[in-house]
Design a protein around this ligand. Structure first.
Ligand code: M6R
Length: 613
């Protein structure tokens, strides 16, 4: 949520910042701004896309070799020019960009106002700029770094911060609590960013700041300490992603590119882990905790959004393949209950970004209570990947489209591999079972490829018939109930059509009242053991004139005859079916959204990484 970028070196800073902000735009796109120091502090900001800011800078010019920038997802105050970051101190010398939320901002604001300070914006961030200025100016003996430390001690909430001051025109200051920041180390130049995407084209050497840490950065050096002034030596990491992975590669949208990447991302996720030769699953990241996992009393999965849906698939997988009891929780609710979790339990958090605030909070709560905390995460170096006891990366590659697609399938693959590994360790799955599952797993990338090849055009055509449908219902059973939820979420987030997902049997307990000739009903009828029941559900919808779009396979050819539209997919084991059934639903929502003229990659009001609670 919100993106931060910063640069100090020999390049034209405004070019680096604008490019970086464009790469970060998927994190928030309400408004954008930059602050450069070139003699004095120069600030440019604009409501709307980074392009608006870039045009302003092109018109007015902006020179200098160091500065900070921000792309915003509004929390306090509507998106407009004034509320955009950077926020500047009253004397015009300090500029601050901020990700996160200052929870005590209203009391701090009141205190500052009582002391005669005047605020320009409705944001919580401006409080930081004004408080910092006040503290710094209160004594000649306080350095700017100390003033930052004193300011941060008064702040309650979360922040990723980048700050510049005209008194130290060769330095950028950054600090982190609950909102990611990393430092890219170049040759006589430094970069800062809230994720690796703006940095990757310049350097692959990075340092991840941890909570409670700050850094003072010059073009050729950096000094990291805690907010309490303890100097730290940080490990320099090597970025594993390349530039091509964060570009569109000829696709009109990142979302379509990412949908089409799935045969490869699924294969990448299994590479070296699903080992046919040894008939085994090798998950190095959880090897050391395998005994604890196998003997766990239960697994609690906590996640949000699409990751929560993959968690629901995980529940079916672990219960069937590993006979381990699983509960799936919305991460946001988990922490606000008094969760009964402790030693002997496993909390498994799932997150594409590894930075989702609610999921982080659940992780911390479970750790505090003594549970083993495991993670499934896509972004290497993210907070979840570093703060869990152990975990498995999804290796799906950067996901830029706000609507999650390839991250979902990769998460499901990881859950499948984990469930199989535990089932094998527990002796529930015998060698023959493993052989059968492994063979089938390894065929999934080509089955996904087949769907993309054969279903893309029919779905595109079908989408044009439903472009203006006001509502959609998605029904699935068993493994495909979570897919129904995921299909509905995908449609609503990028096309703004109201859509609901339901376990098919629940339809008759309420949603059936909605069905008439205007209601498209997407029915996922591709799991063998629920096929007959799904046929009955289809008949119930038809009897009320609802229009059926069926996702089916040849093992259930009856569905074809009673559906208005059908998309045929290859057969697979029921437990792997979500990895195939979700693909047509991703395409359907994509094409409907495109037909409606929606901004598919950056849907309104959303952000890729939700770092506020
Ligand atoms: O990065 P995470 O997986 O933790 O994100 C969780 C949700 O915010 C995310 O899945 C969201 O629902 C997506 N927009 C879904 O497409």
């Amino acid at each position: 949520m919100c993106g931060i970028v910063g640069y100090i070196g020999d390049r034209k800073a405004s070019d680096v910042l604008i490019k970086g902000l464009k790469r970060l735009e998927y994190r928030g796109y309400d408004s954008a701004g930059v602050a450069l120091i070139n003699g004095s502090l120069e600030v440019r900001k604009r409501k709307g896309k980074v392009d608006h800011l870039s045009k302003l800078i092109a018109k007015e010019g902006l020179s200098g070799n160091m500065g900070i920038g921000h792309t915003r997802w509004a929390t306090h105050g509507e998106p407009n020019d004034v509320n955009s970051h950077p926020h500047v101190s009253e004397n015009g010398k300090i500029a601050v960009v901020h990700n996160g939320i200052i929870e005590n901002y209203s009391s701090l604001k009141k205190q500052l106002a009582d002391r005669g300070k005047t605020f320009q914006s409705q944001t919580d961030t401006e409080v930081i700029a004004l408080l910092l200025e006040e503290i710094y100016n209160s004594s000649f003996e306080i350095s700017f770094e100390e003033a930052i430390q004193l300011t941060l001690k008064q702040i309650v909430g979360t922040y990723g911060l980048a700050i510049v001051h005209t008194d130290s025109p060769d330095k950028i200051y950054i600090a982190r609590k609950g909102s990611p920041l990393l430092l890219g180390i170049g040759e006589n130049e430094m970069f800062i960013a809230s994720d690796a995407s703006p940095i990757v084209e310049f350097t692959n050497k990075v340092i991840y700041l941890d909570d409670g840490e700050m850094a003072t950065i010059t073009r050729d050096n950096y000094k990291v300490k805690t907010i309490d002034d303890v100097v730290l030596t940080k490990e320099v990491h090597e970025l594993a992603i390349g530039l091509e992975e964060i570009e569109k590669a000829g696709y009109p949208h990142f979302m379509l590119k990412e949908i089409f990447e799935q045969p490869r991302s699924i294969a990448d996720c299994m590479r070296g882990r699903v080992v046919k030769e040894t008939n085994s699953i090798q998950l190095g990241g959880i090897e050391d905790v395998m005994d604890e996992l196998v003997n766990a009393r239960r697994i609690v999965i906590a996640a949000c959004g699409t990751s929560w849906h993959s968690g629901l698939v995980g529940e079916y997988l672990f219960e069937e393949l590993a006979k381990l009891p699983v509960e799936v929780e919305y991460a946001s609710e988990f922490r606000y209950r008094d969760p009964l979790i402790g030693r002997g339990d496993v909390l498994l958090v799932i997150s594409q970004s590894g930075e989702t605030a609610d999921t982080l909070a659940a992780m911390r709560e479970a750790k505090k209570r003594g549970a083993l905390v495991l993670g499934i995460c896509n972004v290497v170096g993210s907070t979840i990947s570093r703060d869990t006891d152990a975990g498995v990366f999804t290796h799906a590659g950067p996901e830029i489209g706000v609507a999650s697609t390839k991250a979902f399938t990769a998460q499901v693959v990881v859950l499948t591999m984990m469930a199989l590994a535990v089932g094998k360790h527990k002796g529930i799955l015998k060698d023959d079972d493993m052989r059968m599952y492994i063979n089938e797993l390894l065929m999934l990338p080509s089955k996904v490829e087949y769907i993309l090849e054969h279903a893309n055009e029919p779905i595109k055509k079908m989408a044009s018939l439903f472009t203006y449908a006001p509502n959609f219902l998605y029904l699935g059973r068993s493994y495909n109930f979570p897919v129904a939820l995921e299909g509905a979420l995908k449609l609503k987030e990028i096309s703004y059509i109201h859509a609901e997902g339901y376990p098919a049997a629940e339809m008759k307990h309420g949603p059936i009242a909605l069905i008439d000739e205007m209601m498209p009903v997407v029915v996922i009828a591709a799991t063998e053991h629920t096929n007959d029941k799904m046929i009955s559900n289809i008949e119930e919808v038809k009897a009320r004139k609802g229009r059926i779009i069926a996702i089916m396979n040849d093992a259930n050819s009856d569905v074809k005859d009673i559906s208005d539209f059908h998309i045929s997919i290859p057969t697979t084991k029921d437990c792997f079916s979500p990895l195939l059934t979700v693909i047509p639903l991703q395409l359907l929502s994509y094409y409907i959204a495109v037909n409606r003229g929606c901004n598919v990659d950056q849907p309104r009001n959303l952000a890729k990484s939700v770092t506020v609670e």
